[in-house]
Design a protein around this ligand. Structure first.
Ligand code: UDP
Length: 236
């Protein structure tokens, strides 16, 4: 499938139309942003890592019964995905305290939860993605009650599958953000990406951070962390 007109350019990806209205092509960039877009930078090779890792994980999830937008990887940076309308919710699952959870509730990072948590943010740049609950999401007509139930069940299933998968690679899945989309026939599918940009990965032995926190916190070794995750997943 060929790229046609560019439809959209986001912080980390570009989206192109194709000859088929049911599909679009996403192209992953090396650009990185954090803190609501106020911190900007480049992580060399990130687009390749995120594209390949996300596609690989989505295929694992499909096999486990989670429908996704994935269709076909074209090359290292570009993938055909189903065209969806994104449900304007960021769905965050946490297994261990970190990031905004630790800050918001005044606890240290690294507390292992007895059960995973779920939270939603309203995807709205002007409002800076405020935290909302299911009732707010329904009141704002962002999704129906049925869609929210489906999204929750899918998000916890993704966690079960990926947590076990990464642990075998010596990586703890601390938390992650998912986005869901609605296809033209109304089905909810997992969309966007699953990558070191959207997940926290800690080495299971040392707790070394292997994700975008190295960029957010100016820790150095950012490219190496992405490369290390590539190595764990693909052995390359
Ligand atoms: N996350 C993301 N995009 C966002 C916000 C969060 O991909 O806009 C991911 C983040 O990488 C982490 C998880 O969601 O794996 C939880 O992030 P948190 O709420 O702790 O926010 P942060 O500390 O990243 O601002």
């Amino acid at each position: 499938m060929e790229k046609a007109k560019q439809l959209y350019e986001g912080k980390a990806k570009k989206v192109y139309a194709t000859e088929d209205d049911n599909y679009v092509i996403v192209s992953y960039k090396d650009d990185a942003t954090a803190f609501d877009g106020t911190k900007k930078g480049t992580i060399a090779g990130k687009g390749v890592v995120n594209n390949r890792m996300s596609n690989f994980l989505m295929q694992i999830l499909e096999k486990e019964g989670v429908p996704t937008h994935f269709v076909e990887e074209i090359n290292d940076r570009e993938t055909v995905v189903k065209k969806v309308s994104i449900v304007p919710l960021e769905v965050i699952i946490r297994n261990v305290s970190a990031g905004s959870f630790a800050k918001r509730y005044g606890v240290e990072e690294g507390i292992v939860f007895d059960a995973p948590t779920i939270e939603f943010s309203y995807k709205n740049d002007d409002l800076h993605d405020p935290l909302i609950n299911d009732y707010h999401a329904m009141a704002l007509k962002l999704a129906t009650a049925e869609e929210i139930e489906q999204i929750k069940a899918m998000a916890f299933k993704v966690n079960d599958v990926l947590k076990a998968y990464f642990l075998k690679l010596g990586v703890k899945l601390i938390d992650f953000k998912l986005e869901f989309g609605k296809t033209s026939d109304g089905a909810i599918v997992l969309a966007d990406e699953i990558s070191p940009d959207t997940c926290r990965f800690w080495d299971a032995e040392t707790n070394e951070k292997l994700d975008k926190d190295r960029f957010r916190r100016d820790m150095g070794g950012v490219e190496d962390a992405y490369k290390e995750m590539m190595h764990r997943v693909f052995g390359e």
